[in-house]
Write a protein that binds this ligand. Structure first.
Ligand code: ADP
Ligand code: ZN
Ligand code: ZN
Length: 715
């Protein structure tokens, strides 16, 4: 007896969280001898869970358990990784609480797949060693270096504010760098980062909204920091590369982490500064799982770690702009285009004015011409004659948004969604023409006859990029036309090759979706046209106008970038039925601040964000009535419990804009308060209440799938 006691030391119990909607962690025994190490908080482990094997993260180490020690199962394996650093775990804890998701659901999806395949764990050290020895990795060639000395006076001033006394001390700052497109913001923040990376261990995080923007920025970064290891993290990077980039970030080897929103959650033990480029972009909001805002989390992270964070944009989000105006954030501005070019002239084409349209008497007026107004067609011809490129934007991919029967009014509705199936002509998504649902992915062959009445005369309604491309090719047969949308970029294994064609001047007219609007620094675009802006003018979503304005400023910024001072700054044409709308009127004057002030006023009067805070409860069921009923019951019980007060408003449940998707019908409940804390408490109460009767996030009684979303960006 005596001897045995000496032999068995105190048990080691670890608490592990899993990627499951379960609020608690689970206790396991840790056999230090078998696992070859003592447990640490932040260790990634393999554990038995139910009848399966799961990957989890250690969040607590102790000698006790509330359960019987003898009945606890053992940790099976320890990942060949150092523990995640405490700062990252603090960030994850915050995100989990704030966004009302379990800690495991928040952490585990942020870890690359490569590290969650336990069968591979044994082989990883070997793989890494091989990689280490492989010195001749494909090298990116640096390009676009502009030194501190080369900066223009505006840029120099901006840089001086960034590198001030405070920068030398470790302290939290949020800086808004606002400057029109092409004003040299990137050149300024790369010089700023350069001053931070003087510290031989420092790591910096640079977030961009879209993967299409990384290659160009990668080359610019390389030009500044040829010797530093850069980790690129986004959904377009292969699993293996992502796994290695993440590993290099977490071990401090990679000092520059460039990536999209998911990179905001990368472990970086020596993080010293963060840049969020195009901070206003809605891509920073995660729309699945833990629905976080990468920008907001990055700000929290900077605050927690006492480091500076720079938000850069030509059209800041309303909340950031107001914070800078009020002095809560530092405010740095660049008001000239770096290469001296003027801003493009804005032209509003009133499509209701017959003078702007082709009439039947016009030479060669064809059906195709109805897709482009006469005024715009003339401008395009003139721009082509001047040997400049044209960029034509339409926010709809495919050939036509719907197919219809002229005899019985049948429309190509998706059988699973409350949406139409879009017609894609051969060559876009495959060898044959198809109908495709952009909500659930359903693909069908094009019917030869109307499925309702048998009529063979089926017509397309409206137009998308493909139809426009056809029309443009017909109208300017000499011009080289390129279509850029997710379909054409898939076909070309990514958009990079398409962008390169534009850069190389091998294209005269680009037809594309908003994909082409962002960030790219094209040098020879003389004309930009936007064809369907109105659709987003009067949307149910109160943020639609703000987004449209930002997008129009962005796309206008693609025109006339490299002109010599005082010369033509390019032209942007917007076809609209409502030229008097505020969005267009402020755009006419390039008045970003005016538009934001106007929008702020509107929102303040209506008490909408950022003058209040919102959350949604989503409910999804087999039929809408059930989903609405579920939310109505939730609302009543909140009323009874006294959660709904003067300061916390709960609206009536409503169907979502696209109500039916993939066979499920969806409704939502908006909760609003001007008090963040009250809202948080209410959401926690709702979460608790719903969880009591649910398995995960599916209600036991009615099989409703529910989800709470904090700070939604679309209502
Ligand atoms: P932004 O980030 O504001 O869009 P960039 O930093 O990308 O602006 O600059 C726009 C263009 O001007 C780029 O081609 C860049 O290389 C160039 N540029 C920036 N600063 C200077 C400068 N001081 N002198 C010359 N060219 C510059
Ligand atoms: Zn019919
Ligand atoms: Zn569908």
């Amino acid at each position: 007896m005596q001897a045995q006691k000496q032999l068995s030391p105190k048990p080691i119990v670890v608490q592990v969280v899993l990627d499951k909607p379960l609020s608690q962690g689970f206790d396991y025994l840790w056999d230090a001898e078998k696992l070859g190490a003592l447990p640490e908080i932040g260790h990634l482990v393999e554990v038995p869970f139910g009848r399966a094997i799961s990957i989890g993260l250690v969040i607590k180490v102790s000698a006790h358990s509330d359960y019987e020690i003898d009945k606890l199962k053992q940790v099976r394996q320890l990942a060949p990784l150092p523990a995640l650093d405490p700062a990252l775990l603090r960030l994850m804890n915050f995100a989990s609480q704030y966004y009302i998701h379990s800690l495991g659901e928040t952490i585990l999806p942020s870890i690359p797949q490569m590290w969650k395949k336990t069968g591979e764990w044994e082989k990883i050290p070997n793989k890494l060693a091989v990689l280490e020895n492989k010195k001749n990795k494909p090298q990116i060639v640096g390009d676009g270096f502009i030194s501190e000395d080369q900066l223009n006076p505006d840029q120099k001033n901006a840089l001086k504010v960034l590198i001030n006394e405070a920068a030398n001390k470790k302290c939290f700052r949020v800086i808004l760098l606002q400057g029109q497109t092409g004003s040299g913001k990137t050149a300024v923040f790369l010089n700023w980062l350069s001053s931070i990376l003087v510290d031989p261990c420092a790591q910096i995080l640079l977030l961009v909204p879209e993967i299409n923007l990384t290659p160009q920025l990668e080359r610019r970064i390389k030009a500044y920091f040829p010797d530093k290891v850069m980790a690129v993290l986004h959904s377009g990077v292969s699993e293996k590369k992502r796994g290695i980039a993440w590993y290099e970030a977490m071990t401090g080897k990679a000092q520059i982490i460039l990536g999209t929103r998911l990179a905001a959650l990368t472990p970086m033990p020596n993080l010293r500064a963060v840049v969020v480029d195009e901070e206003h972009d809605s891509s920073y909001k995660q729309q699945e799982g833990t629905r976080y805002s990468a920008r907001d989390l990055a700000i929290w992270r900077a605050h927690d770690q006492s480091i500076p964070i720079l938000l850069s944009s030509a059209t800041p989000s309303l909340e950031t702009w107001l914070a800078a105006k009020s002095g809560r954030y530092e405010y740095v501005r660049l008001d000239q285009r770096a290469q001296g070019a003027r801003l493009p002239r804005v032209h509003l084409i009133n499509t209701r004015d017959p003078q702007n349209q082709f009439s039947p008497g016009d030479v060669g007026a064809s059906k195709q011409k109805s897709l482009v107004s006469k005024t715009l067609a003339h401008a395009i011809s003139k721009n082509l004659a001047a040997k400049k490129q044209c960029l034509i934007l339409i926010n709809r991919r495919g050939y036509a948004p719907v197919l219809s029967c002229s005899a019985c009014n049948w429309l190509s509705k998706c059988t699973h969604c409350s949406a139409y199936m879009v017609l894609h002509k051969a060559g876009a998504l495959g060898k044959r023409s198809i109908l495709s649902c952009h909500h659930c992915g359903l693909v069908k062959p094009i019917p030869n006859f109307c499925p309702e009445c048998g009529n063979a005369d089926l017509k397309t309604l409206g137009h998308g990029t493909q139809k426009l491309e056809d029309a443009i090719e017909e109208m300017w047969p000499e011009a080289r036309v390129l279509r850029v949308d997710t379909d054409s970029s898939k076909k070309n294994k990514g958009a990079e090759a398409l962008f390169q064609k534009i850069h190389d001047g091998n294209v005269d007219i680009v037809v594309g979706t908003q994909m082409i609007a962002k960030g790219h620094d094209y040098q020879n675009i003389g004309l930009v046209a936007v064809l369907d802006a109105d659709g987003r003018l009067y949307s149910a979503d109160f943020r639609a106008a703000e987004r449209l304005f930002a997008q129009l400023i962005q796309v206008a910024g693609r025109a006339g970038r490299a002109e010599v001072s005082g010369q033509n700054g390019g032209d942007i044409y917007i076809e609209t039925q409502y030229p008097e709308a505020a969005v267009y009127q402020y755009l006419l004057r390039h008045d970003v601040d005016g538009f934001l002030a106007y929008t702020a006023n509107e929102r303040e009067e209506a008490k909408l964000p950022p003058f209040s805070y919102q959350a949604l409860v989503h409910a999804e069921a087999k039929n809408l009535d059930k989903a609405i009923q579920f939310l109505t019951e939730l609302k009543s019980s909140l009323k009874i419990k006294g959660v709904i007060t003067k300061q916390l408003k709960v609206y009536d449940p409503v169907p979502k804009t696209v109500m039916r998707v993939a066979g499920s019908e969806r409704a939502q409940l908006v909760i609003e308060s001007d008090n963040r804390k009250l809202l948080q408490e209410a959401l926690e109460a709702i979460d608790q209440q719903l969880r009591q009767d649910s398995q995960g996030r599916i209600s036991k009684a009615s099989r409703i799938r529910w989800l709470i979303e904090r700070d939604p960006i679309a209502i």
